[in-house]
Design a protein around this ligand. Sequence first.
Ligand code: A2P
Length: 411
Amino acid sequence: MNAPLPAEVLKQHLIDPEICIRCNTCEETCPIKAITHDSNNYVVDPEICNGCMACVPPCPTGAIDNWRLMVRAEAYGVQEQLGWEELPGEKALPETAAAAPAGDEPDTPQPAAPATSTAPGATVPPWSAAHPYVNLYTHKTPMTATVVGNYRVTGADTESDIHHIVLDFGELPFPVLEGQSIGILPPGVDAQGRAHHARQYSLASPRDGERAGYNNLSLTVKRVTEDHAGAAAHGVCSNYLCDLAKNDKVQVIGPFGHTFLMPNHPRANLIMICTGTGSAPMRAMTERYRRRIETGENGKLLLFFGARTERELPYFGPLMKLPRDFIDINLALSREAGQPKRYVQDLIRDRAGAVRELLADRNTCIYVCGLKGMEVGVLDALRDVTVQAGQDWSILHDALRREGRLHFETY
Ligand code: A2P
């Protein structure tokens, strides 16, 4: 057991700015709002953090898991951390502070058992998921990939300019699993003259490559031309990626992610719920299943896919060519002329019977990827279909999280 820390010593929680990919997961997860960020860094407020560890398992890179023993009065403040380019080294504590106090127990916050998570999804992978590699290439040691394909996967006449981009890694190892992501370092500098941070993209291809047996992978990238409020905005990395030509070189870091992973055991079922580019991991998982269709190992695939119209639904053509007995496809179109507006959560309710049947099977894992706004709607729909059958959603929801069977990746 660790000796208690003297009261004037703080085990300060810090985020490594060189590894952090600014995905916001920690800030969303922290139950007491101890994490904040600016355009440079994500940081932990030492005045608020109680070391509960809730943010540690969900972090896709491990950047969150850094600790320094500090004299409490000299703890690094939020403003100081926001300016960091790298973590400071360990400092030796003065001998008086390093000695354990006689008498009373210290009130120093200690990293404790993970707090009950408020996150809607699991912070552990499915039990049978393959072991992922993470952080093989970092900001300091990025790798150079070559663009071998870049084409639009939405109708040319639509507003949604979504590209399928294939990157090749040549001789360098880049082992990945479906559900993982990579970081792209766009060239150039931000308004403060600092190199742009990496932007994170989910893989759209399975572990054995965009082309089976090749050392390559694919991404699904939407060109960002407006912000969430609809005001004009120029997405630094999405525009860079969508404009790449064959043979261009790209700086890549990663891979990242150790929880949003698919089960590896035979007859595992997947319920996949996505909107727009959130289809990337669903494409990767579906393709993994499609490539082993002959083995008879596959469980069921149930897909709910939301887009404005068919022509704005990435990969519409190839998706519709998949055999109906291989994947059960449900398209929720919100702006198709002459049709009522449908969201994925509406279709989950329409298909309550099929959803319930899979939910009742412990071999089923659920993946949700796409717009942040769909999180609540999807959870409500899953609750409704469960409650309608006279079951307790909170018990099922807890089991799905505990067993790594419900995963969210939203933005
Ligand atoms: P909408 O037509 O209302 O925007 P996008 O094309 O912007 O990436 O969105 C993909 C799809 O997700 C669209 O059909 C969009 O509908 C839909 N959508 C928007 N908000 C939500 C939400 N809260 N829950 C589910 N789907 C949503």
